[in-house]
Design a protein around this ligand. Sequence first.
Ligand SMILES: [Zn+2]
Length: 204
Amino acid sequence: MDGTLINGRLVFTLGDKYNMSNKIRKIMIENIDSHNKSTKIAQLWKGINSSEVINAVKSIPLMDGASEIIDEFKKRDYIIGIISHSYTLGTDYIVKKFNMDFSIANVLEVKNGLLTGKLKMPLGWKQINCWCKNSVCKRFHLERSARSMNIPLKDTVAIGDTRNDLCMIENAGIGIAFNPKDERIMENKIVVKGQDLQKIISFI
Ligand SMILES: [Zn+2]
């Protein structure tokens, strides 16, 4: 979602509103496993109204070509989902907006309308021994989703932009790095640069 369907990152949009972006940047460079970073970042949101997460995602502009490329995938009978390192409060909004099929992301705990700072993480890397140790191992969830829908992995397409997407992009039938933010996700892969998602379609 972040940096692909939407032209921004939800945690930083929220972080800017609550003056937490510097804290997020510090956590991101700590020498701890990725899923522990997600836990620490979620703690920053304790006490915030959950509707603010949705307001934040709404305020981020959509990537150019997002709705066109989703229509194109629909025309070709793809099942379309978001596997995100972000939050379900954001991904659910985008799934509805584009009439997509599913999303998998971190779940922020909400009590009486307020975020508690606790995070429920889909994880999955332990099961497949993935190096990523992310709160959402995108490879695990790509493979599991494909299996549950009886879709061979070779028929999947994964699009992403950061290191968090790497394990998924490397193992999808077609893996595409869209405006990659990390050199490792550019090696031996399809790389699409620019602000228009429609450029992807020539590779599908
Ligand atoms: Zn992984």
